[in-house]
Structures are given as structure tokens and as C-alpha cells.
Design a protein around this ligand. Structure first.
Ligand code: ZN
Length: 947
């Protein structure tokens, strides 16, 4: 199985779809790895890991009902949440070739209702219980899920039982409106890197009639042309109990649950399922098949694909190991060769996509601007050839195995991802006995040999049978002359994560559930301890011994505020260099050490995070603190990171959503540092020196500017001693709080940037917002939920603009999300079509005015409050989540008992308060609008040739 089974890719894919993403989803396990000398090949502890990982499913019980429905029950002791999933064994692979995209479209329609439920009911019912729901579609499956607090989860069963056979697909249930959302999702996806490459490679890998030759989201014309009858036929073919699994995981009583499940699902009749398609293949190729197309972005991207195997075959875990060796982290071969040594690429990634049918293996390379494509291709294939020709080293093999095993343990933190692993696996051939399937997989991972790797590489990763897709920028990058001052969004990632192609199409795009999680048994932040060390470093600690995992998160305050305007970009560059070499270790040693533990370490201009298994705590903390305190900023790494940063600057400018976000921030913030692009400006970054970077590190990084939260499996007093020893030579700074001029007063205005290459129009509407300590914060939290951040699509903007009018796939608005030490923004975002832009603009302002002019209903405000209160446990369900909350409590001086205040304040908000907030904070005369897309200055669609 690919790492799919751990539930990571959908979260990555989700993050691709979210425009103004606050931290969400699970921290996608960063590069793990293996001890160089410190621990060498550690067979015993790998065996222990296998045992621990296999033990995760020890309590899993399978009961198959008479109608064929497989029921999986996985109680997790002490978990305060329950996740319920229904996985149907139908996906894009089961679609007819002249009607693609139906499975995903249908997934959206399952939220629209039945005879008993009208559109909006499912989301409202979820909201009122403080839960979350969502769904995704892949090639092989369609999976629906609900996450609820453990005392109110059973409503999920009622909804799932009802919609399994009773979903109504017709005009009354918003069939046409939803089409707008689906088409918008499809087009928005195409504004993301790697989407068009993924769509282009599939038909090169498989002949047309083969199950995997089309993208999950479908072809535009099929989605546009889909009728209710066609979708209904698809539903009637595949949505039956004998084609589904129901999974319940978390803090529930399995006997009572089973009884209820039998009552609700038992009466649904089974049926004869249609025969499945057969996979077909091209005759064996003698040379690579290629496709090249003009990119809308500024850097070349290469995707190489190889036909491979089915999930569950002996080769599958070997390909997972190969994926790690090639592109898993900084010690991987492609990273070392192409990013570090040759400096030709800014990122590399690989993916093993084994599926219900024989799948594929992908290698993705994003080149630095202007680099030689032919050379890049040669380098990548040379690495693949080498894998077949020579055995890998012991260190590489151990590292790869350990990463895969450790990921299993880390995944157990979350009930949601545990449940998802069962759901996915249950749909695979041979996956019915999920525990056994995982046992085999883990045993095989632990036993993968060097010979296995050579054999698999020789057989599958062969140049002459590959498919190669290149997307190439239209013209050589133009020099200088940006039309707008370059400004960065708060969420801008200077160093993008390697992204997998998005195979998974999601229904929702905002208010996305942080994956609901397990195990906050009797959890309270009140137990946290705060200690200030002699050098001024603030340490916050909270023990949690449920899993052998330790998480540490360090945050350095005010870094961006200290960045001099004439050195803009130096903070990002400095942050990216922190792990590239220290007084004690070279960059290569650091990545080898941390990746050898299977854990992760990541540093940035605002601090660093660490996640390790308990036995690796000392090693991990040692690395984290030497990177923070004693980085050496080696010249070669500096040049490499500079080049990457310059390439990102150029590429970001061609991404319509990023452009819109930056222009919006620049407009709202004026000269305030929050309005500046974190990546900096080309002409400045080109000239930054090692001395600049060192000086900035010295200026901005000091123990008395920093807070470290440590959560997990350790003893508090021992940990404090450890941290004191680790930071004893880190010297206090005498500098005081930086002073910055306040941002300008809000005023209205409209800026439209015509971009004929953008598929969507990306619209930002907003103004300067509030700080976290603003007295209106809790009232605004409720307002946000009523207007634009409700769960599912319960808020006004989603239910009207998206669901009722079908104007967009993505609509949201919030003022509290970005509230920090510095003022955030009120940000409304809409991704829409060129011909709908004017309607969207009208509709957005109409909703804002309505909230100002009329008191919202009691019901609406009560629902929002119930959601905010009921969903609180979800913030504290992973160790990383807890560490984040502790840092926030410390950053804003909230106190560890702030949850009580949160509950009290939210409970007290009235409908009149919400209206008053809208009147005070959302005056349309203070809102700016920024749009980037294929529209002209008047907001009318640009003429362009039909696609
Ligand atoms: Zn969708």
C-alpha cells in the first residue's frame, strides 16, 4: 500500500485547495531518518516499532451484516471523540469513459439530502453537535466522515443509514447549483502547480478504456454535461450495503454501537453489483512517451510516471521504501543530487500510487528558474538507473524502513486518521481483514532487502517504459519591472512542501476539519507548567504518556518586525539556513541524524518544531537547539537557498491566487511589516551576504525572545534540566521590543488585475482586522461563524453564494483567524468564474450589509455557539495541536485556564452582539476588493478561445 493508507495525501491535497489556510490538517510527517553513527542499524528497535504499530489494530473488530455491510469497530480508550466513516468501493476508476467525474460529483450530492433531509440539514445537524463532516473521492473509493465529541456521535449513523439508499438527486436538492461548485473546484485545481501535469500523464500511462486513465475530478465537458439521471444511475449501481464498509473509531461502547448499527443498517437490502472493469495496458514501450505543454507558471516542472503494481502485492512495500530513498527528506538521493549538489531543482518528490488496479510510481521535479531541462532529466534517470545497478547502503535502507514504521505510530495520535486507515484499506482487494493486511505490510517493510530494491527498480522504474510530462514556462522570465510592489500573504510558504499531485478530490474547501483526533482523555491545559530559564527562555511543558512520542515547538517572537526593509527577505533566507549546518554538525549530518529516527525536525524564521519517538528525545532536542542557537550559515548552502528563494519569488508572481493575496495584503497594510512579502524582493535577495544573515540571526534570535512548548512522553523536572543544559551558552539579548508604525486607517477601493491564463478569478475582499487581545474577539468569533467560517457550508456566504446560487466552490470570510499580536485582517475570499465575478461581488456585499442591517436569528447564533463550544476538544487532540495551543496561550498572555474564559465569553454572545460587531467592523466603506483572473477592468470576462 502506498502511504495513502495513513491518510496523509488527502490532507496534503486539501491544503492545496485552501486559499487562506490557517494551520490545518495534520502536520504531514516531515522528513524522518536514520542515525549516522549514533545508533547505526537498529534491528531490535525496528522490531519493537513493528510490534507497536501492529498493536494499534489489536482491538479492531469486524462484523459483516447479512446484507453484506462490513462493520469495523475500533474502540480507543479515553478518546474524547468518535469518528464515523462510510467507505464505498467505487471511485473514478469505475466510471464510463464518456462520463467521467461522476463519483466525485455524487459525493457532493450526498450532502444535499433525502426525503427526510433538505439541503443544509446535514451540515446544520453536524454544526449543532459541534462536529465536522467531509468526504473525499479517489480513483478507488468514496469515503464520508463525521467527527463528533464522544457523547453525541450517533447522529452520524442515522445520516449515513438514510443517505446510503435514499439520497435524492434532483432540482429540489440543488443538483444544478452544485455543478457550479464542482466545476469551480475543477478549475481552481488547475491554478495549482502539478494539477495539469497529473492530468496529462494519466493517458500516457494507460489506454483510454483503462480504469486509471482519467483524473478523479473528471473532464470538464463531462462534469458540465452531467445530468441528474446519469448521476442517479451511478448512485443506484454502486451505493449498496454490500459495496460499503462502516467504520467507527474512538471513545464509544462497541456493543451498544453494534446494536444500533444493526437496527439502522440491517434493513437495507443488498443487491447484485455490476461487474468491475478490467485494467488494460499499452503494449510494452521501447522508448519513453512524452508530452510537453506551456505552463502558466514561471518554473519548469517535470513529472515522470511508471506503471507499477496493485496494492497489497509484495512489491508495494518495496516501492514505498524506494520512494523514501529517492525523495524522502534531505538525505534522499534526488534531493542530494538535484537540490543540493547540482542546484538544478528547488524541490523533488516521489509517490507510490499502488491501487485497487495496478497503479503507478511518480517522480516530480520542480526546476529552478531557467535551468537546463535536459540535464535535469538525465540526472533524475541516472539516479533511477543507479538504484537498479547497485545495492543501496545500509543507512539508506534502515532510514527508509524506520520512517515508514514511525509514521504508523505518529498516525495513531489521531482517531480520525486511524479510522481513515481502516476505511481505505477495507476497500482494497484482500483488505477485508484490515489488521492482517497491516500486519503483512509492516512485516514486509521490516524485511525489505537491498536485492528487493534492485529487482523492483529494474523491473518497474525503467526509462524506456516511462511517461514524461514537462510543463514549460512560455517565455524566458522577464527581468525586473513588477507592476505592483511585491507583498506576501501571512501564510506564504517560502519553501513549499514537495507536493503530490492531487488525486483526491474533496467536497469542502474551507472550515476544513483539523483532522479530528484521539486521546485527550481528561485533557486540561491547566496541568501545563511554565518555567523561565536564567537566560530568559520561556518553557511550557505538558506531560502526556499515552504514546511514546515527544513534540517540541519553539517560537521566536517579532522576527518579521525586526527585519529591516532594505534587507527584505533576509528573515526567510536565515530561517531556511538554520538546519544547513551548526557548530557541531554539517547540514547533511543533521538531516541524516533526524531522518534516521523516523522523526521530523523543521526550522524556519519563526522557530522550529520537532517530533520524535521517546527514545530519540535527547538526539532530537539536541539538534533543535543547536540549529536555533548556533547555525553557521555555510556559503554553499546560502547560495543554494538564495537560488531557491529567487525562483520562488518568480514563480509566486505567476500564481494568480498568490498574486491576489499579496496585492490584498499590501493594500490593507501599507508600509506595515505584515504587508511585506516574506520571500522578499529579487533585487534585495540577490545581494544578501552571509554577514547579513548572521547579523540578522544575532539580532532576532535570543533566548529571551523565545518560547518552547514541549508535550508528550517525558518527566517535567528532567525535561527542564535537559533544556537548561542545552541552552546554557545561549546569551540573552539586551534589545527591547521593536517599534513599528501602525497600519493605515481602512478605506475602500477596488483593484482588478487581468490575467488571461488564470482558470478562476481569485477575489479578496476585506480590511484591517483586530489583535487577539481585542475585547470584541469572542463576539467576532461567533460573527465569523454566522457569516463566513461555519463548519461544512452552514455559514451565510457558503450557503447562499456557494450552495444556493452556485457561484463558487470556495467562499469564506473571517476576521478572527489572523488576529495576532499585530492586527490581522478581515478577509473574504471567493474563487469564482470570470462570468460570475460581478454576481459574486454583489452577493458578497449583500450578505455583509444584511448582517449589519438585520439582527440574525436566535437559531443561527445559537448554532454557531454550539459549534464553537462543542468543537473545542478537537483543538487538543494531537500533541502538535496541544503544543500550538500552549504557545498561543503564552504568546497572548491568555493563561492556561483560558478555555474556561473561552466557554464563558462565547456562551454570552447574543444576536444583537453579532449585528453590532458587523456594524462596527464591516463597514463596506472600509472594505477593499482585489481580484486576479480572466476579467477586464470592469469585471467582465476577457474574450478567450474556448478550452
Ligand atoms: Zn469536491
Amino acid at each position: 500500500m502506498s502511504r495513502f493508507a495513513l491518510g496523509l495525501p488527502p490532507l496534503l491535497a486539501l491544503s492545496l485547495l485552501v486559499p487562506i489556510a490557517p494551520t490545518r490538517g495534520e502536520p504531514a510527517a516531515n522528513p524522518p531518518e536514520q542515525p549516522v553513527a549514533a545508533r547505526a542499524a537498529d534491528a531490535t528497535s525496528d522490531a519493537e516499532l513493528v510490534k507497536t504499530a501492529q498493536g494499534m489494530f489489536a482491538d479492531l473488530k469486524l462484523v459483516t451484516l447479512e446484507n453484506g455491510l462490513r462493520v469495523y469497530l475500533l474502540p480507543v480508550k479515553g478518546a474524547p471523540v468518535v469518528t464515523t466513516m462510510v467507505a464505498y468501493r467505487v471511485g473514478a476508476a469505475d466510471e464510463e469513459k464518456d462520463q467521467t467525474g461522476l463519483s466525485h460529483y455524487l459525493e457532493h450530492l450526498l450532502f444535499k439530502g433525502t426525503a427526510k433531509l433538505v439541503p443544509g440539514d446535514i451540515d446544520r445537524a453536524t454544526q449543532r453537535s459541534g462536529g465536522r463532516n467531509n468526504a473525499y473521492t479517489s480513483e478507488d473509493m468514496t469515503v464520508y466522515h463525521f467527527d463528533f465529541a464522544a457523547d453525541r456521535w450517533e447522529i452520524a449513523l442515522e445520516i449515513e443509514a438514510d443517505r446510503m439508499r435514499n439520497t435524492l438527486i434532483d432540482a429540489k436538492h440543488e443538483f444544478e447549483q452544485e455543478k457550479g461548485a464542482v466545476v469551480s473546484e475543477l478549475e481552481g485545481g488547475e491554478d495549482n502547480p502539478w494539477d495539469l501535469e497529473y492530468k496529462a500523464i494519466l493517458p500516457l500511462l494507460w489506454p483510454k478504456e483503462s480504469p486509471y486513465s482519467h483524473p478523479v475530478i473528471g473532464q470538464r465537458e463531462h462534469v458540465r454535461g452531467a445530468t441528474a439521471e446519469v448521476i442517479k444511475r451511478h448512485y443506484d449501481k454502486w451505493y449498496h450495503p454490500n459495496n460499503a464498509s462502516l467504520i467507527v473509531a474512538g471513545g464509544f461502547d462497541p456493543d451498544a454501537a453494534l446494536e444500533k448499527i444493526k437496527k439502522l443498517f440491517g434493513p437495507i437490502a443488498k443487491t447484485e453489483l455490476p461487474p468491475r472493469k478490467k485494467a488494460t495496458f499499452y503494449p510494452e514501450r521501447k522508448e519513453p512517451v512524452r508530452k510537453e505543454f506551456e505552463s502558466k507558471f514561471d518554473v519548469p516542472r517535470m513529472m515522470v510516471g511508471f506503471n507499477t503494481v496493485q496494492v497489497g502485492t509484495p512489491e508495494d512495500p518495496v516501492l514505498d521504501v524506494v520512494q523514501e530513498i529517492l525523495a524522502g527528506g534531505k538525505t534522499s538521493r534526488l534531493y542530494r543530487k538535484m537540490v543540493e549538489d547540482e542546484r538544478i531543482a528547488s524541490e523533488v518528490s516521489a509517490g507510490n500510487y499502488a491501487g485497487r488496479y495496478p497503479g503507478w510510481f511518480a517522480v516530480n521535479v520542480e526546476l529552478l528558474q531557467g535551468k537546463d531541462r535536459k540535464k535535469a532529466e538525465e540526472l533524475a534517470f541516472a539516479e533511477l538507473d543507479k538504484l537498479a545497478a547497485e545495492p543501496v547502503s545500509d543507512a539508506e535502507l534502515n532510514r527508509a524502513r524506520r520512517k515508514i514504521l514511525a509514521s504508523f505510530i505518529f498516525a495513531r495520535e489521531s482517531v480520525h486518521s486511524l479510522c481513515d486507515a481502516v476505511a481505505r484499506t477495507s476497500t482494497y482487494p484482500g483488505g477485508e481483514d484490515v489488521a492482517k493486511f497491516f500486519k503483512n505490510y509492516l512485516d514486509r517493510v521490516a524485511k525489505v532487502t537491498k536485492e528487493d530494491i534492485q529487482k523492483v527498480a529494474k523491473q518497474y522504474l525503467v526509462r524506456n517504459t516511462s511517461a514524461i510530462v514537462w510543463s514549460v514556462p512560455a517565455a524566458p522570465p522577464q527581468k525586473g519591472g513588477m507592476q505592483n510592489p511585491e507583498f506576501g500573504t501571512k501564510t506564504e510558504q517560502a519553501r513549499a512542501l514537495p507536493r503530490a499531485p492531487s488525486h483526491v478530490a474533496f467536497r469542502a474547501s474551507h472550515a476544513a476539519p483539523k483532522s479530528a483526533e484521539a486521546g485527550t482523555s481528561g485533557f486540561s491545559l491547566n496541568a501545563a507548567k511554565k518555567v523561565v530559564l536564567p537566560n530568559g527562555l520561556t518553557v511550557v511543558l505538558l506531560e502526556d504518556h499515552r504514546l511514546p512520542v515527544v513534540v517540541a515547538a519553539a517560537e521566536v517572537a517579532n522576527v518579521r518586525l525586526r527585519e529591516p526593509l532594505e534587507k527584505l527577505g533576509v528573515a526567510t533566507l536565515m530561517g531556511n539556513l538554520l538546519e544547513e549546518g551548526t557548530a557541531k554538525h554539517t547540514g547533511k549530518e543533521i538531516s541524516a541524524l533526524i531522518e534516521g529516527t523516523g522523526g521530523s525536525l523543521s526550522l524556519s524564521s519563526s522557530g522550529g518544531t520537532l517530533k520524535v519517538l521517546t527514545p530519540d528525545t535527547d538526539l532530537g532536542l539536541g539538534l533543535l537547539f543547536e540549529c536555533l542557537q548556533a547555525p553557521t550559515f555555510p556559503e554553499d548552502a546560502l547560495e543554494r537557498m538564495r537560488e531557491q528563494q529567487l525562483s520562488s519569488i518568480a514563480d509566486a508572481e505567476t500564481q494568480p491566487r498568490t498574486r491576489a493575496g499579496r496585492l490584498f495584503n499590501a493594500t490593507v497594510y501599507g508600509n506595515h511589516p505584515s504587508g511585506r512579502p516574506a520571500l522578499g524582493k529579487k533585487e534585495i535577495v540577490e545581494k544578501l551576504t552571509a554577514a547579513d544573515v548572521k547579523a540578522f540571526h544575532k539580532l532576532a534570535f535570543a533566548p529571551n525572545f523565545a518560547t518552547v512548548a514541549v508535550v508528550g512522553d517525558f518527566k517535567t523536572d528532567e525535561m527542564v534540566k535537559k533544556l537548561e543544559a542545552l541552552t546554557s551558552s545561549w546569551k540573552k539579548s539586551e534589545l527591547s521590543q521593536p517599534e513599528v508604525a501602525p497600519p493605515p486607517e481602512p478605506k475602500s477601493g477596488e483593484q482588478i488585475v487581468s490575467d488571461k491564463n488564470a482558470s478562476q478569478v481569485h477575489v479578496y475582499i476585506g480590511r484591517l482586522g483586530i489583535t487577539r487581545d481585542h475585547p470584541d474577539y469572542y463576539k467576532l468569533l461567533v460573527m465569523d461563524n454566522v457569516l463566513g467560517t461555519g463548519p461544512g457550508f452552514t455559514d451565510r456566504l457558503s450557503s447562499n453564494l456557494r450552495d444556493r446560487l452556485g457561484l463558487a466552490y470556495t467562499v469564506n470570510a473571517t476576521i478572527t483567524t489572523t488576529a495576532g499580536k499585530q492586527p490581522g485582517t478581515f478577509t473574504g475570499f471567493v474563487g469564482t468564474f470570470p462570468n460570475k465575478f460581478l454576481d459574486v461581488k454583489f452577493g458578497f456585499f449583500k450578505e455583509v450589509n444584511k448582517l449589519r442591517d438585520e439582527v440574525p436569528t436566535n437559531q443561527e447564533v445559537e448554532d454557531a455557539k454550539k459549534y464553537l463550544l462543542g468543537s473545542l476538544p478537537f483543538k487538543f487532540t494531537t500533541l502538535s495541536g496541544v503544543a500550538g495551543e500552549l504557545l498561543a496561550a503564552e504568546r497572548y498572555g491568555l493563561g492556561f485556564d483560558y478555555l474556561e474564559k473561552y466557554r464563558k465569553e462565547v456562551a454570552a454572545v447574543t444576536p444583537a452582539d453579532v449585528q453590532a460587531m458587523a456594524k462596527k467592523h464591516l463597514d463596506p466603506k472600509t472594505l477593499v476588493l482585489v481580484a486576479v483572473g480572466a476579467i477586464d477592468k470592469d469585471g467582465k470576462p476577457l474574450e478567450k478561445e474556448k478550452k
